[in-house]
Write a protein that binds this ligand. Structure first.
Ligand SMILES: [Zn+2]
Length: 606
């Protein structure tokens, strides 16, 4: 069923998914009905060395025909096709002690001939060797996995089926999941497949502790043992106690009984990434991340997803369809505005101050400026194919800034009585709590316009969401006491671009008429020394600009390697101008603008 979709581009697949399937087959692909579904996952000292999860599934067949069992092709939140069936081996099915005949119907689907058997057991091995928060990864005495990786569902049947999961592991090892305990030891229950696969597991030896915040049980599980201890863990809990109430206040709801932060520290990771779920998230971080504001920032982002995207989400993604891509134009809201609220709740919780908010927001403006103009809707749709021009994830930063502009516009139109918070409270009720339909464009822009006292956002949508026009920072930001300051920076410039290779720092380009051109530096030369600065890495440019910031007109010796020779040259320093945009607090902000800024940063509307 998915093979067709994967041969087409995702956008085409989305357009044609229904007609193609319906047209190509006379009867819909549908499994025989099954019930009483129980899963069993084994990970212990015997399976850990081979990084293997042993997975079992038992069910009753309650109708005629073959049983069709599929694994998801992706994990919601990680918008890419992974085909978890790739990591399956030793697949088998038995009934009454006898092996059943099976084959594959498509790459993600197994077809079993039940032959009238009533109680069937399916089993397979899953290789947990992907250090990816959407997949599964084992190391020594530990594994994390997602339900999407290993839990089969009956094809073409309702996904609202109840099931249980039993984890078999060593008695001294731990099991942590957001799933609801079902009574028996290490057994959990879910009332639908959507819930089942949205609650990842840690199994093995790791640290876990918990506390009560706002009458909810909040847990932190971190691997390896001892990796997040002492002051760092205390600070994590301090932040949790402050941010969770601030988040609940935005949406006016606390929709979970427990919330779990799962963290895997990986020293080979350059940074960090995390994946949200309805009552947990899984982060994979370099240990260094804990020291930076990125840690509370990513944590807040993932937790806000518990409301925005896991519950309130675009209608395009309700319900999740696991067999094919599910593109949407709305990730600028689901990801971008989630990121806006991550900055906002950190400010409202007192974890960052106004300066911190300005720095985070200014950083997002710089990241958008550094890329070619791309429409938020287009970037959102394209993420499934991982564009190579750098715009593939810009709906995070640019969507966050769109959220700021909308929030300011609503507050300005209503003298700070209404805000973007009202938009989310409104949609959270109408498109999630009252009826879980997801929001449409009409509902979204309707809620924005309502919050702003009837103001139309058609023009905003056409220019900045559907369109590629530069954001109207100059007119909107001052309404909240922010301003873009343009600085003219004069700095010394050589006029070369260089790149490191195995032989040193090689000149890749010499600008015509530049000081480097006049000095006789050529493409292919290796820079060895410029003035007093030895050139060992590409950061020498920054050292050069700092060291010779006031040296206009002076001559400097330059040493380059050209072929086998070392050549001594003289370069005349010249200053060049460039513009730099910075977000600042507007010193001339009006009383109303200051109230709006405080409204955003303190959560007040008055
Ligand atoms: Zn996110």
């Amino acid at each position: 069923m998915n093979m067709l979709h994967r041969l087409l581009s995702p956008a085409w697949a989305a357009l044609f998914a229904v007609p193609l399937v319906a047209g190509a087959e006379t009867t819909p692909v549908r499994s025989a009905p099954i019930s009483g579904i129980r899963y069993e996952v084994t990970f212990d000292a015997t399976t850990a060395p081979s990084r293997t999860l042993r997975v079992g599934m038992t069910f009753d067949v309650t109708g005629p025909g073959p049983v069709l069992l599929s694994l998801p092709a992706w994990t919601p939140g990680a918008y890419e096709i992974s085909n978890f069936a790739r990591w399956v081996s030793n697949f088998g099915a038995t009934a009454g002690g006898k092996a059943l005949t099976w084959d594959k119907l498509d790459p993600d689907t197994w077809r079993l001939r039940a032959d009238g058997a009533r109680n069937v057991t399916v089993s397979f091995d899953y290789l947990a060797d992907s250090l990816d928060n959407a997949i599964a990864w084992a190391r020594g005495n530990f594994v994390f996995f997602n339900g999407t990786n290993i839990f089969l569902y009956p094809e073409g049947r309702p996904m609202e089926f109840a099931s249980t999961v039993t984890v078999k592991t060593d008695p001294s090892w731990l099991v942590t999941t957001g799933m609801t305990p079902a009574g028996a030891a290490r057994t959990y229950k879910a009332s639908s497949f959507h819930d089942l696969v949205d609650m990842p597991f840690f199994v093995g030896q790791y640290d876990v502790d918990s506390t009560q915040i706002a009458n909810k049980t909040v847990r932190m599980a971190s691997w390896p043992k001892g990796s997040l201890q002492g002051a760092a863990r205390t600070l994590f809990w301090d932040h949790q106690k402050k941010v969770l109430p601030a988040m609940g206040a935005v949406f006016n709801d606390m929709p979970f009984d427990t919330y779990t932060t799962f963290i895997v520290f990986d020293s080979t990771s350059g940074g960090g990434s995390a994946l949200e779920h309805q009552n947990s998230h899984v982060g994979i971080y370099t240990p260094l991340l804990v020291e930076s504001v990125l840690f509370p920032s990513i944590t807040a982002h993932e937790m806000i997803h518990a409301w925005n995207v896991k519950r309130l989400r675009p209608a395009d993604m309700v319900p999740y369809r696991y067999a094919q891509p599910q593109p949407t134009t709305w990730l600028w809201v689901s990801e971008g505005i989630t990121d806006y609220y991550s900055d906002v709740v950190l400010a409202r919780a007192g974890i960052i101050d106004t300066t911190g908010f300005v720095l985070l927001t200014g950083g997002k403006i710089d990241e958008v400026d550094a890329l070619p103009p791309v429409a938020l809707e287009d970037a959102s749709l394209s993420t499934w194919i991982h564009p190579t021009d750098g715009t593939g994830y810009i709906y995070y930063q640019k969507g966050s800034l769109a959220g700021l502009l909308l929030d300011i516009s609503i507050r300005d139109a209503t003298d700070n009585k209404k805000s973007l918070d009202d938009v989310f409270r409104d949609l959270y009720q109408s498109a999630y709590k009252q009826k879980f339909t997801g929001f449409t464009a009409e509902q979204w822009w309707g809620a924005v316009s309502r919050a702003a006292g009837g103001k139309s956002f058609d023009d905003f949508n056409a220019k900045y969401i559907d369109g590629r026009e530069p954001f109207p920072y100059e007119t909107v930001l001052p309404l909240a006491g922010f301003r873009i300051k343009v600085d003219t920076i004069r700095e010394p410039r050589l006029g070369v671009s260089s790149a490191p290779d195995s032989s040193g720092v090689r000149v890749a380009e010499v600008q015509a008429g530049s000081p480097a051109d006049a000095a006789g530096i050529r493409v292919g030369d290796y820079l060895l020394q410029v003035g007093e600065i030895p050139v060992r890495d590409p950061s020498f440019g920054e050292q050069f600009r700092t060291r010779y910031a006031r040296a206009s007109g002076t001559n400097l010796p330059v040493k380059v390697r050209r072929g086998e020779q070392t050549v001594d040259l003289q370069i005349a320093i010249r200053l060049a101008e460039r513009m730099e945009r910075r977000l600042i607090l507007d010193p001339a902000a009006s009383e109303k603008a200051v109230r709006i800024r405080n409204g955003i940063l303190k959560g007040t509307s008055q």
